[in-house]
Design a protein around this ligand. Structure first.
Ligand SMILES: [Zn+2]
Length: 370
């Protein structure tokens, strides 16, 4: 496949670095390798004795999504203020790392277990907690389902876990059709004005411009085209909206394609290499799924934005119902955030008052007595 050969060659510019922030301890940076040798990074803010808690970002972004400089108080500042030893993971989807082609299976098999192991080595903790978002949550749950994360004691899953329900417009526009049509030497989709693919970007901007838009930001329009509506405009402050390009970047097409496959099937499956490829790799014509409930007997909170138009709230509802059915109700809870969209759960201007307290309480959630 053309895009796979090109994958990994392009190195994304560094969008930005973490600056010094009020109320935060000095950042500790740990570069480490995933199980297959891909370089990853953990950034720690040692905020106290709670946790340690691992934060896992989505696709096409980086861990900066938890640390916006444009908010009165961002999620990392909030957790540190509440005494959490807070760890940000830049896994292989991070726009701060070199672009490469990968499936979410790779992240599940190699990134998540290595990150948890590294955290435990450094902290000496027996177990860790995790707050995981979007494609990062999908990959984390695949890793859990595969039995790779026995030392994660509780999880807060934002927007999606093992079941994938996307709006029809996303299904046909962004997740499926675009990657299929664009398998013509392109290796990524980006929301910024990438100069390497001017023709594609021009066409992309044109199509995006036809969608009903609430603002005049081309970056914002391209993001909506790629992912569905990622946020409710009313929940972002002006500065966050005008600096979106600092948070978002390129997403490789193989990951887009894998997300599209899962949206079509409706739940987490290994990457579909086609009949012949599947027989070779998996010994069966269809890719195996990740629907094993056995490794999930631990406290898990599912959270969806009520107005999410990237992953519909029914996504977490289905994983929640499936796990309750299989393992009993005591381990699980599900919360719907009124008026919230997708990523404004973390980026919203009032998040420190409305959504972060919900996430923090979810970190304290204990299984109910059976
Ligand atoms: Zn906008």
């Amino acid at each position: 496949m053309a895009f796979e050969r090109r994958g990994g060659a392009a190195v994304l510019r560094v969008v930005s670095e973490y600056g010094t922030r009020d109320g935060l301890p000095v950042a500790e940076k740990y570069d480490f390798l995933a199980g297959d040798g891909v370089p990853l990074r953990l950034t720690r803010y040692a905020g106290g004795t709670k946790g340690p808690v691992l934060l896992v970002h989505g696709a096409g972004v980086w861990s900066g999504m938890f640390m916006l400089p444009t908010l009165k108080e961002n999620f990392v500042q909030y957790l540190v203020r509440h005494g959490y030893d807070t760890w940000l993971l830049d896994w292989r989807a991070s726009v701060q790392l070199p672009l490469r082609q990968f499936s979410l299976d790779d992240a599940a098999d190699y990134d998540m277990p290595a990150a948890v192991r590294r955290m435990r080595e450094i902290t000496g903790a027996e177990s860790v907690q995790a707050v995981v978002h979007c494609a990062g949550s999908a990959a984390f749950f695949m890793s859990l389902a595969a039995g790779h994360l026995p030392d994660v004691r509780s999880v807060v899953a934002s927007q999606v876990a093992l079941h994938h329900d996307v709006p029809k417009s996303t299904r046909f526009k962004a997740l499926l059709r675009v990657p299929e049509l664009l398998d013509l030497g392109l290796d990524s989709l980006t929301s910024d004005d990438a100069t390497s693919t001017p023709l594609f970007q021009a066409a992309f901007s044109k199509v995006s411009g036809l969608l009903r838009m609430e603002c005049d930001s081309p970056v914002c329009h391209r993001l909506s085209f790629m992912y569905g509506r990622l946020y409710r405009h009313s929940r972002l402050n002006r500065e966050t909206h005008s600096r979106l390009e600092e948070q978002f970047g390129r997403c490789n097409l193989m990951t887009f394609r894998h997300l599209g496959q899962m949206a079509r099937v409706g739940h987490a499956v290994r990457y579909d290499h086609g009949r012949v490829g599947n027989l070779l790799r998996y010994g069966q014509a269809r890719p195996p799924d990740y629907l094993d409930p056995a490794p999930f007997k631990r406290p898990i909170t599912f959270i969806s934005g009520e107005k999410n138009q990237t992953y519909l709230p029914s996504s977490t509802e289905r994983t929640f119902a499936w796990l309750r059915e299989a393992n009993g109700a005591r381990y699980y809870q599900r919360l719907v955030l009124p008026g919230c969209g997708h990523i404004d759960t973390f980026m919203g201007s009032t998040a420190s008052e409305d959504t972060y307290p919900v996430l923090r309480e979810a970190l304290e959630f204990q299984p109910r007595a059976s």
